[in-house]
Ligand binder design. Structure first.
Ligand SMILES: [Zn+2]
Length: 231
């Protein structure tokens, strides 16, 4: 293998290792936690709180209506019970009764509307709980495949690390540091020829340089982009 070809295969191994490392990180993150499940659980907690608050409000509205009903019954009894005889007093009580009945009607409408909101919030809560349950079950089903995938990715990376070590052990340390220096600012650091051009930057490569790349005894770099040219 020529020195440039060795660096090219080192680059392919490095790229594959980088991809595997990122895949491994994402599988590990999925195994650790599930942001979507966290979001659904938070939504369920919020739906629960909304249902509780609306329920408390509806209860109060019902108590308010019940208390008005009791006062109306009481007033009604006194008005028609015969104990109050004074016409002015009776008229005053009559007016009070009418005002209270109007208030009761409003309070009953309010209580009814609140009960409807409680029903809606209950349906919403049940929907949110079902979403959490579905996600939990989906997640528990996906844990084993995720663990298996993590094991296979890690095994593949171990193999590639060994290959990488072997390629590096055979390579000239000066070539390795040149590769590292170029790879730090140019990706890929090693590229082929596209006809008479550098495949990395598409600028022409001289006849002499192309010959040097093909014979492959030393390393040839693109005069324009600095990349190492591989046959
Ligand atoms: Zn170039």
């Amino acid at each position: 293998m020529s020195r440039a070809s060795a660096l090219l295969s080192l680059q392919q191994i490095d790229d594959r290792i980088a991809t595997l490392t990122s895949d491994i990180a994402s599988v590990e993150a999925s195994l650790r936690g599930d942001p979507e499940l966290d979001r659904l659980r938070a939504a369920e907690a919020a739906a629960h709180e909304a249902h509780r608050t609306l329920g408390a409000g509806a209860k109060l509205a019902e108590l308010e209506a019940a208390s008005l009903q009791a006062r109306i019954r009481d007033l009604d009894r006194r008005l028609y019970g015969g104990t109050v005889r004074n016409p002015a007093d009776l008229m005053e009580m009559q007016r009070e009764l009418e005002a209270m009945r109007a208030k009761l009607s409003t309070a009953e409408d309010d209580a009814l509307e609140r009960m409807e909101q409680v029903d809606l919030s209950l349906a919403n809560l049940q929907g949110a709980s079902a979403s959490v349950a579905a996600r939990e079950s989906q997640r528990s089903n996906s844990m084993d495949p995720l663990r298996a995938r993590l094991a296979s990715l890690t095994a593949e990376r171990d193999v590639l690390n060994a290959e990488r070590d072997a390629v590096r052990a055979d390579a000239d340390p000066a070539d390795l540091s040149l590769y590292a220096r170029i790879a730090a600012h140019r990706r890929p650091a090693v590229t082929g020829l596209a006809g008479e051009f550098c495949a990395g930057c598409h600028m022409p490569v001289s006849n002499e340089e192309r010959r040097a790349v093909r014979t492959g005894t030393g390393l040839t770099q693109c005069a324009n982009c600095d990349r190492i040219l591989a046959p």
